[in-house]
Design a binder for this molecule. Structure first.
Ligand SMILES: *Cc1c(COP(=O)(O)O)cnc(C)c1O
Length: 380
């Protein structure tokens, strides 16, 4: 039995490798191959530990080392200043939709401003309403969330508890290229689908949150980066888990954290540092990948109709429609035959969505670009 297992393993591996698709899923999404290989090689035993990462105590030396390295990598890559806490939480970004207003609204600052540029921002504001006052500083629903507001369109309250934005709207494919100017009010950002896609100036933010499963690792881990002075706003009456201060005081070990997710985040950030060469390099690659697909949309504007306004286009999620639902379905199945998968758009937008996060290789985008040109020239 044991012998058979060892003999069959390499054969299985070869098969798995040759059948890996270019997977354009919006999330959970593709991860770097070298990260998956590392996970595989350490799955039965972490070097020198004799057990896998999912079988050891979160308070053990080997795990504390992994968690420490994950945080150190994040601080280095994103240049997170010392006066910001890094928290490893669970519950996804959906839980942050509630935790942010639960913790940051105060008796003096009872209301928050939401800049709503897509479905996720709308969802965030709907959860926040349950916790207190919400003002819509801008809402792009009239134009189906195809664009971002100009600075002059924002209706901001200088006494707001915080201003909430979604840096990249994953469903519509619109992305802020720069932060809106919000004065002294803390800027809170849902960066779930574009965290670490480029360097950002952390000091412009009060709090950034991101679930891991789009651009940073597996589902189950959510990273929160927040200015430490904002921790003072969290009331003791909050349930322990829902209080940022609980997690900050316990170094994210108040309860058992998402240990596997933290381990994978450590490997993904190792990859960004050692193989990609940092976030500037990652940004260059992301711009290059996105440009390849947007060039095809621009070359066939009647056939591929982009959802986002040209100056609001996302580097992460490229959204477009074809002239009919039948053609969209044909596009998806023809792409799948070439191992280009998970291209169906979100049901609220329809059409096609190609998610090209950090881990999508340039070669995958080139293959999709060539497929798109070929499909358009045959069908248009
Ligand atoms: C995926 C996503 C979410 C939801 O994340 P969950 O982990 O499923 O709660 C929220 N915001 C954005 C921008 C997302 O892309």
């Amino acid at each position: 039995m044991t012998r058979w297992h060892y003999i069959s393993l390499p054969i299985y591996l070869t098969t798995a490798m040759s059948t890996r698709n270019y997977n354009f899923s919006a999330g959970p999404a593709t991860l770097p191959l070298s990260v998956l290989e590392k996970i595989q090689s350490e799955m039965l035993s972490l070097p020198g530990v004799g057990a896998s990462v999912i079988e050891i105590s979160h308070r053990s030396g080997p795990f504390l080392e992994i968690a420490g390295a994950a945080e150190a990598n994040l601080r280095k890559l994103m240049q997170i200043p010392d006066d910001y806490a890094v928290l490893f939480l669970q519950g996804g970004s959906r839980l942050q939709f509630s935790m942010v207003p639960m913790n940051l609204l105060t008796d003096e600052k009872k209301s928050a401003d939401y800049i709503i540029t897509g479905s996720w921002g709308k969802n965030a504001s709907q959860e926040a309403v349950k916790e207190g006052g919400v003002r819509k500083a801008w809402d792009g629903s009239d134009t189906s969330y195809t664009r971002l507001p100009a600075a002059s369109e924002l209706d901001l309250d200088s006494n707001a508890a915080f201003v909430h934005i979604t840096s990249n709207e994953t469903i519509q494919g619109v992305q802020f290229a720069a932060e809106p100017e919000v004065g002294d009010v803390p800027l809170v950002c849902d960066a779930s689908s574009d965290v670490m896609h480029k360097p950002v100036d952390i000091k412009k933010y009060g709090l950034i949150y991101a679930c891991a499963q789009k651009n940073a690792g597996p589902a189950g881990l959510t990273v929160v980066i927040m200015r430490k002075d904002l921790l003072e706003r969290s009331k003791d009456s909050l349930p322990g888990y829902l209080n940022y201060k609980t997690h900050a005081d316990a170094d994210s070990m108040w309860n058992t954290p998402a240990t596997f997710g933290i381990y994978v985040l450590k490997l993904v950030t190792d990859w960004l540092i050692d193989e990609i060469g940092g976030l500037e390099k990652m940004h260059e690659q992301n711009k290059l990948k996105a440009a390849m697909l947007y060039e095809v949309l621009d070359a066939y504007p009647e056939f591929y109709q982009g959802h986002a306004a040209v100056d609001c286009r996302s580097l992460m999620n490229v959204t477009f429609r074809l002239p009919s639902d039948e053609l969209s379905a044909e596009f998806i199945s023809a792409a799948k035959a070439q191992q280009l998968t998970d291209l169906k758009g979100h049901r609220s937008v329809g059409g096609i969505r190609a998610s090209i996060y950090n881990a999508m290789p340039v070669a995958g985008v080139e293959t999709l670009r060539d497929f798109m040109k070929d499909f358009a020239s045959k069908k248009a």
